[in-house]
Design a binder for this molecule. Structure first.
Ligand SMILES: [Zn+2]
Length: 322
């Protein structure tokens, strides 16, 4: 029900939290469970039981028990939302965007229109959906989920997740979490691409890709997901055909590197022009740039959706020209 709650409980164990509050077990009982003085009431003989495996507590003295969040509520005498906020502030917990992304991930499987759209874009492997943490923003519900978790409406507005009227800004969109942003692709008639305010950041997944001497650069996240699905792990994405300075530096951080530019081969040839400009800049920086010629009117995503396979794409890579 509450992805952010699960995330917090995965990140902080009850026992760890208790120990950080200077709780010490007095003795160990069966199945790894621990007994100690109850931090919730004035206790003289150990009546507080902790089960580190189940992540649950129970006190035989005051009769109270539950999970980590319940403990924080009782210990600090705060509401559920305040307890969540306290746990997040304890530093090692998820922050707003990862929590929002996890919420959208859960929604993906609850909305048939989202699954249908992914099918239509040829994304069908569960591992790819998992790898890219693809989610779905149904719209009209984000604040109801996030505010009880301890986020304020102001925080959501500041991040650009809800507008001044408190309505979701990402609505009917497939969502890809980026390093410090979200990308939303409209599945309806709205403007196709949307980001939160703030920069788009570096190249997608660069930490994994940068070790390859040859990398494939694509414009869109659906292109990237299709390449992944076809087994190309050395691919990255600039989310748009214009690269920012950070992304350019990343591509040139290691020489020699060969960059295959697999940009859209669209009718107005803007993708190919962008590839040409980029190829010149990369050459100036000492990288080798090769332009991949996709069939007319195609991008890597539509190439695979239209029946192209990994072997055929490999042939295009081999035919790529400076
Ligand atoms: Zn107690």
């Amino acid at each position: 029900m509450w992805p952010a709650v699960d995330a917090i409980k995965q990140q902080i164990s009850l026992l760890e939290y208790l120990q950080n509050q200077s709780w010490k077990p007095a003795r160990r009982i069966s199945r790894g469970r621990l007994m100690g003085l109850c931090p919730l009431h004035l206790d003289h003989k150990p009546s507080f039981l902790v089960d580190p495996v189940q992540n649950l507590f129970y006190c035989y003295g005051c009769g109270r028990g539950g999970d980590l969040i319940r403990f924080v509520e009782l210990y600090h005498d705060v509401s559920f939302g305040e307890a969540m906020a306290l746990l997040r502030r304890s530093g090692r917990c998820g922050s707003l965007l990862p929590d929002v992304a996890r919420f959208y991930q859960v929604q993906l499987h609850r909305h048939p229109e989202a699954a249908a759209y992914l099918q239509q874009r040829g994304i069908h492997q569960p591992q790819v959906i998992e790898e890219f943490a693809i989610g779905y923003a149904p719209g009209r519900c984000l604040r109801q989920w996030m505010i009880p978790l301890g986020y304020s409406l102001g925080e959501l507005q500041q991040a650009g997740l809800v507008n001044a009227d408190g309505l979701d800004t990402f609505s009917h969109r497939i969502v890809f979490p980026l390093q410090a942003n979200l990308y939303g692709r409209a599945i309806g008639n709205a403007a196709p691409h949307r980001f939160l305010p703030g920069g788009k950041g570096g190249l997608y997944g660069w930490e994994r890709v940068k070790h390859y001497p040859e990398v494939i650069l694509v414009e869109g996240l659906f292109d990237l997901a299709s390449l992944w699905q076809a087994g190309f792990r050395n691919a990255t994405c600039s989310t748009g055909s214009h690269l920012n300075a950070h992304q350019l530096r990343q591509l040139c951080d290691r020489v020699p590197r060969t960059v295959y530019l697999a940009f859209d081969s669209d009718a107005n040839s803007s993708g190919q022009q962008a590839a040409q400009r980029l190829s010149r800049r990369l050459l100036q920086q000492g990288a080798t740039a090769l332009r991949v010629q996709l069939p007319d009117g195609h991008d890597p995503n539509s190439f695979f959706v239209g029946g192209g396979d990994g072997q055929q794409f490999q042939q295009l890579l081999e035919k790529a020209m400076p």
